[in-house]
Write a protein that binds this ligand. Sequence first.
Ligand SMILES: [Zn+2]
Length: 300
Amino acid sequence: MTARTTSGVRVTWWGHSTVLVELDGATLLADPLLRHRTGWLRRSVPVPDACRWDRRTDAVLVSHLHHDHCDLPTLRRLRAPTVLAPAGAGAWLRSRGVDGVLELPVGSLRSVAPGVRVTAVPAYHSGRREPFGPVAQAVGHLVEGPSGTVWICGDTDLYDGMAELRALTASGRIDLALVPVWGWGPKLGPGHLDPERAARAVALSGAAHAVPVHWGTLHPWGLGRAVRVASASPGTRFATALEALPGPGLAHLLSVGGTLELPVASRRVRDRRLRDRRFRSLRGRDLKGGDLAAAVRRSL
Ligand SMILES: [Zn+2]
């Protein structure tokens, strides 16, 4: 069993959007897909063994209801006490046998461990469970602790409010972005980032480090080779694009199962009272993406 981190930021990419985030003693699992297939999608990399971290996971984060992010058999199997789901998804997930579901609407936050909080932020993406399921929000998450802030982008395209996200954090900065750079097919549909647009998202956010996710894991049944040819090296394309942009962003390419560890942030929480005031003003409100920046400004 891997030791629990007590400080610092450690992320392990388990393929597609599944990332284990360990921050200041908290263990969170984003968009878990721990099976060889989901629907018509097949996995081209090994399925991780969740036993190593399942029992110590504090919360599972679900960004939206698409099958490659919200896999019901995986969610039913995991033991995390809490599943933070987007607004509109709670009743449906419970009706499908998922325990511990709490809705976290955009603009809301929840403490998941001492000193570690998760805030739901906008994502520009469809929230419908295809083809006939419910519609819920599509969100990203800011995971914040004394050691730093991780922005789990979810599935999203660019939106202007990305430049305002860092203002939601106590430190005023995002230390690490987990950013989608591709998908699972030979082409991308609307509401997605390609490698170059993903680099712009990271630059907009001001994130100091970035790990490309949402690539190199899934392919439609029977199209494995076509996908590999069409979407070759989106991770490398992302790193090259980010390097060409102004800003502090540094790309870290992980293989599936690979881990990135960042040192404790050099700048400490500058004013806990200010952070609490911001969070209070956002708590419990259901903000549309375009409203987020205005809400942040009003809360300062
Ligand atoms: Zn999606």
